[in-house]
Design a protein around this ligand. Structure first.
Ligand SMILES: NC(=O)c1ccc[n+]([C@@H]2O[C@H](COP(=O)([O-])OP(=O)(O)OC[C@H]3O[C@@H](n4cnc5c(N)ncnc54)[C@H](O)[C@@H]3O)[C@@H](O)[C@H]2O)c1
Length: 422
């Protein structure tokens, strides 16, 4: 029996179309790994719970895990990122889905609890909310060893787990899949980079000639800065890390504190994983230019001070789907995308399938690795093994028909030795 709660089951046909499109663009996850999983059933009898953005790409991951023999439970990792049509289609395939677009905080955690009530053996999280809830409310699942290990999909989640480990409260083996090269060099840089297009979807705005401020110059934000420049914008980067600020400067971007950048910015996009990148003060709000577009692509809705902006605004007018016009007391208008939540997932469909193929190829192989190595795993953070990271890289290259060189024995010994010199 499939357990579920989704917005509208009649959307399933539309969801199937979306999944069909993603299948062909995700050859590593949907073909190579899935075909082997189908034969070998490495996840037989295992329950996997994913707290992930419910997109067509997550649907492909769920299909592959199911093909490997797992029973799959899914809940959304953000209240606004669920694609209701995909959720409905997955239910028809026997995936247990508890997710709908626009759920409240209370409903969001109710969905997480439905997944944890299924007593999962592997948790795949995106932002840490499910695994933190397991630590707080489902101690038995950890103590009794029901949860064998966990995987984390995003930078903010990894940071939260590092903090838990430092405090000595992380009680499960945890693989920060986000930090694997095949994940953050592509998903974060290319996927989120292209996510600046969400501002175009939202307001149908031209980037060429605009002053665009990108907060951060990390994996996601450096990709966003590059792509905004590619569209002809005059790009300013704000940073708090001196090395990242230097990298941005030497890459040819303007670099300055956010307070100096605000008055001329036409579009401000954040992806830092930090809080209050624009300080929630009247003084800062007054620096914003009339008509500025504010969008966040970081995990939580606190990079742009959404709550405080709503409080400050005299009038809040939805002007189109997931875009609001906020009128300040002085009559100035600013445009907020996606209520300050992940604009690329809310206004668009999230990352293109091609990059998610690598992220979810990794998540699939890591689920298999966890089961194969379950007797050896200890609580704490463990890097994704390099051979699994490389394997996904090789598979992706192969699927694209790209060949590369391999080291000869002599070359291998040379770069791993010290004897040969001048
Ligand atoms: N929208 C998406 O689809 C998506 C995808 C992947 C990651 N993310 C999220 O995006 C955020 C960033 O992830 P990342 O992988 O780029 O992290 P990262 O650590 O590589 O980069 C973050 C950068 O922001 C800088 N920073 C921190 N606080 C700042 C501040 N107050 N002002 C300016 N710069 C600041 C840091 O110095 C760092 O260089 C995280 O919340 C992550 O979970 C979103």
């Amino acid at each position: 029996m499939t357990n579920y709660k989704v917005a509208d089951e009649s959307l399933a046909e539309k969801g199937k179309e979306a999944l069909y499109l993603a299948e062909s663009k995700m050859p590593v996850t949907a073909k190579v790994i899935r075909e082997r999983f189908q034969k070998e059933k490495p996840l037989d009898g295992i329950i996997i719970a994913g707290c992930l953005h419910i997109t067509k790409e997550t649907g492909i991951l769920a299909r592959t895990l199911k093909a490997g023999g797992a029973e799959v439970y899914l809940c959304g990792s953000n209240p606004l990122s669920t694609q209701d049509d995909v959720a409905a289609a997955l239910v028809q395939e026997g995936i247990n889905v508890f997710a709908w677009h626009g759920n409240t905080d209370e409903e969001f955690y109710w969905c997480i609890r439905q997944c944890l009530n299924a007593k999962p053996n592997i948790l795949i999280d995106d932002g840490a909310d499910m695994i933190v809830t397991a630590h707080q409310e489902y101690e038995d699942l950890i103590k009794l060893g029901t949860i064998i290990a966990c995987q984390e999909e995003t930078t903010t989640g990894v940071k939260r787990f590092k903090a838990m480990e430092k405090k000595g409260v992380l009680k499960v083996p945890l693989f920060p899949v986000n930090d694997a090269r095949c994940k953050n060099h592509f998903d974060n840089e290319l996927g989120t980079g292209q996510g600046i297009v969400s501002a175009i979807y939202g307001m149908h705005v031209l980037f060429a000639g605009k002053s665009v401020v990108i907060a951060g110059y990390g994996h996601c934000s450096s990709g966003m800065a590059l792509r905004a420049r590619g569209l002809g914008a005059n790009v300013t980067v704000t940073e708090v890390d001196p090395i990242k600020a230097l990298q941005a400067k030497f890459a040819g971007f303007n670099v300055m504190p956010i307070a100096k950048a605000l008055p001329t910015a036409d579009i401000i996009l954040t992806a830092t994983g930090c809080k209050h990148v624009i300080a929630p003060t009247t003084e800062m709000f007054n620096l914003l230019k009339d008509g500025v577009i504010l969008g966040n692509l970081g995990h939580f809705d606190i990079e742009i001070p959404t709550k405080e902006l709503y409080e400050y605004a005299q009038e809040i007018k939805p002007i189109r789907s997931n875009v609001e016009e906020l009128m300040f007391p002085d009559g100035k208008k600013v445009y907020l995308l996606a209520k300050g939540r992940l604009a690329n997932l809310v206004l668009s469909e999230g990352h293109p399938s091609e990059v998610m193929d690598m992220s979810f190829g990794l998540q699939s192989l890591m689920s298999e690795y966890i089961i194969k190595n379950k007797t050896k795993l200890k609580p704490g953070m463990v890097d994704v093994p390099i051979d699994i990271d490389d394997k996904v890289g090789f598979l992706k290259l192969e699927s694209m028909g790209v060949e590369m060189d391999t080291l000869t024995e002599e070359q291998y010994n040379y770069i791993h030795g010290y004897e040969a010199g001048t």
